[in-house]
Design a binder for this molecule. Structure first.
Ligand code: ADP
Ligand code: MG
Length: 243
């Protein structure tokens, strides 16, 4: 069974002369429990694709399914609920609320939904991200890596069907980046979490089950369980084809 299915998705920004087709007929099926990486040059449509798949942005044409739910059929309230309960999102800029401490940030989406987290699961998630002693710290009192681990825990707490991570290590030094990546990998392996991640790092991509390459809004290539060298070669070839 798929976690996410995209069928001939187009996303066009703007009108008239200013039109930009950021996605041009993208079709993609993501299996449950898989770790997929999306790569491609800057401006190739990676963030647009993530936002459309996660229901954060509307597609111009085509259809997206989360499980068996078609996003185009949802009204605002149903969409809000789906995003809150069935989808997790990790942003490059962490997107934590500065006035809340780490634990409050982690609990916030469920609290808004009026749900209490399962205490065992909450303890497991917090243990897994290694934040036990920092739960009462506010974002400003945490390092970038710690803030991103708070964001990871927040995304995992509702046990979403899929987590989207858009360059989650892009603002971190290599050590903190490796920690966050290790945690995301472990959540796939240990919790069966489905993850889709955008990264520019071939080494990070080599940890994925599958790497999908975008160029100019289209899927142009795909690798399965690739080595970092294979990813690097593909990226170089894409650049040559384009220039
Ligand atoms: P990536 O994440 O791969 O760098 P994006 O998805 O951010 O690429 O952007 C893809 C294309 O769509 C780019 O040409 C970008 O300028 C354009 N784009 C993205 N967001 C908007 C927007 N809100 N309005 C207009 N154009 C946009
Ligand atoms: Mg982007």
């Amino acid at each position: 069974m798929h976690a996410v299915h995209a069928k001939d998705v187009w996303k066009v920004y703007g009108t008239g002369e200013a039109q930009v087709a950021a996605l041009r007929g993208v079709s993609l099926t993501l299996e449950r429990g898989g770790f997929t990486v999306i790569m491609g040059p800057s401006g190739s449509g990676k963030s647009t694709l993530m936002h459309c798949l996660a229901g954060l942005d509307e597609v111009t044409r085509g259809e997206i399914l989360i499980g068996t739910t078609a996003l185009s059929g949802l009204r605002d309230r149903a969409m809000t609920r789906l995003r809150r309960e069935r989808i997790g999102f990790i942003f490059q800029q962490f997107n934590l609320l500065p006035t809340l401490n780490a634990e409050e940030n982690i609990r916030l989406p469920l609290a808004i939904a009026g749900r209490k987290p399962d205490p065992e699961w909450m303890a497991r998630v917090i243990g897994a991200v290694g934040l036990g002693e920092r739960l009462s710290h506010r974002p400003a009192q945490l390092s970038g890596g710690q803030q991103q681990r708070v964001a990871c825990a927040r995304a995992l707490l509702a046990r979403p069907e899929v987590i989207f991570a858009d360059e989650p290590t892009g603002n971190l030094d290599s050590r903190a980046g490796a920690e966050v990546l290790g945690f995301l990998k472990a959540s796939v392996r240990d919790f069966g979490q489905t993850i889709v991640m955008v990264t520019h790092d071939p080494v990070a991509a080599s940890h994925a089950d599958r790497v999908v390459f975008l160029a100019d809004g289209e899927i142009v290539h795909e690798l399965h369980e690739p080595s970092a060298d294979a990813v690097l070669d593909t990226m170089k070839n894409l650049d040559t084809v384009r220039s």
